[in-house]
Design a protein around this ligand. Sequence first.
Ligand SMILES: [Zn+2]
Length: 268
Amino acid sequence: MKSGIFCLSLDTELMWGRPDLPIWRQRAATVRPNIQKLLKLFTKYNFPATWAIVGQLFLPGDPLWHGPDIIKAIRKTPRQEIGCHTFNHLDFGRCPIQEADEDLKKWLQATQKQEIKPGSFAFPFNHVGHLKLLAKHGFKAYRGPAGHWFAPLGKAGEIIDSLAQITPPAGKPKQANHGLFNFSESQFYVSAWGLRKYIPLSSRVGKAKKGIRRAIAEKRLFHLWFHPINLSDQTGPLLAGLEEIIKFAKQQPGLEINNMEEMTRQLN
Ligand SMILES: [Zn+2]
């Protein structure tokens, strides 16, 4: 890589992420307005992003579970890639290959009608699996896990990591694993619900800035990600923090800002 790269990806799933949680209905209801706010922000800064979308959203139906209007709004905004987050929010790390194959076929069927080609992929729960199958169906890249130091500690570790503003890892994208690029994640832009509400905004932003600086210094990739549903609590401050990160990134010489599709194209 000739320079550092900053990439943002968004796992977009409405109710499909946690259908078992009653509070998810409340949170899912905030997804539409918050996507509008994100798109406005991205337009203002000509900022690219990859939207990893659960295929069910392409179908019409209950607005908490489906959202062709969401897809339309994203596609109308420049430099926004429609990526895949499986059709049913299926755990590819744990399901049999047959089930994954059926799921991918449904995603492709739903998107083909809109002339969306398979490109980038984010795994539900970040559980990587069936890479050969992804390659077979035409996908080019995925977001792999970083193997964070705090992973064995669970949520508490994530909170400590945020509070301490530990510099996030920066990956080196390589074409491996059946010809797919792995654009491994660096930082989850944490929500402000539950105990996470005690994480000050400055920690989230400070950590991201450290990640960007590292990517520039090491000519690597800083890959930030979250779900639009993560903005349901303290929406205003979280969006302001994101804007601060975007502004900071835009001011850095030696940093390219690309979505996953743009990175794939450049590396090829
Ligand atoms: Zn998900």
